[in-house]
Write a protein that binds this ligand. Structure first.
Ligand SMILES: N[C@@H](CCC(=O)N[C@@H](CS)C(=O)NCC(=O)O)C(=O)O
Length: 212
């Protein structure tokens, strides 16, 4: 199996976290020559997005949340899927809430990383939206050190790379810290970033941003 991934992408990073945490023998590779809109890549993943998990059969599986669930089913141990139904529902919320309420603002702001392309009104609206999205995450966190329950889960895979990219955007725009405004989220992040596997993915994202 192999995973098409780029280091900074929070969608790809959540799958890498699962692969590292579960110790899976999955090759992590950059997009093929020609990129993610090439015919070769589109044949694997018609959305033309990163990540794609390519199974040994050659089947290309898109969508990070679906890939995480597939890895849980295909490689059940160690499990990153909470057992209690409500814990599992909360873990899945941590996949959906960032996708709808945080990452769209991250991508809008990232498109304005060149100071010459910045629009103050758009920036204000998007940083407010980010703060609101983070408050949703804060609300459903267990506390620290894990997002749901008392062990690592797909919830941590989902939110650690997201919190990291929010911090990177905030610092890139010279804005005040957003994570520290949310008590449970701040405590979670302080603990989560000291975990060795989280730290590996955080460092991959930071290094990728430094190269762009
Ligand atoms: N819903 C998808 C989103 C994937 C996504 O948007 N990936 C970005 C990288 S961060 C991408 O490939 N962007 C290029 C594009 O959309 O053309 C998932 O969860 O995998």
């Amino acid at each position: 199996m192999k995973l098409y991934s780029v280091p900074l992408s929070p969608f790809a990073a959540r799958v890498r976290l699962s692969i590292y945490r579960k110790g899976l023998d999955i090759e992590i590779v950059p997009p093929p020559a020609g990129g993610i809109k090439s015919d070769a890549y589109l044949a694997l993943n018609p959305t033309g997005q990163i990540p794609t998990l390519v199974l040994d059969s050659g089947f290309g599986l898109p969508e990070s949340a679906t890939i995480l669930e597939y890895l849980e089913d295909a490689f059940p141990t160690p499990s990153l899927r909470p057992i209690d139904p409500l814990d599992l529902a909360r873990a899945r919320l941590f996949l959906r809430l960032p996708d709808f309420h945080i990452l769209p603002s991250v991508f809008t702001l990232r498109a304005m990383r060149d100071p010459a392309k910045r629009d103050r009104e758009v920036m204000k609206t998007q940083f407010e939206a980010l703060d609101r999205g983070l408050s949703y995450i804060d609300r459903y966190l267990s506390g620290d050190p894990w997002a749901v329950g008392d062990r690592a889960s797909i919830a941590d895979c989902a939110i650690v790379p997201v919190i990291n990219v929010v911090n990177l955007i905030v610092s890139n725009f010279g804005q005040p810290d957003l994570i520290g405004r949310h008590k449970k989220l701040d405590a979670y992040w302080q603990a989560a970033k000291t975990d060795e596997i989280h730290a590996k993915v955080i460092a991959e994202q930071v290094a990728a941003l430094a190269r762009t």
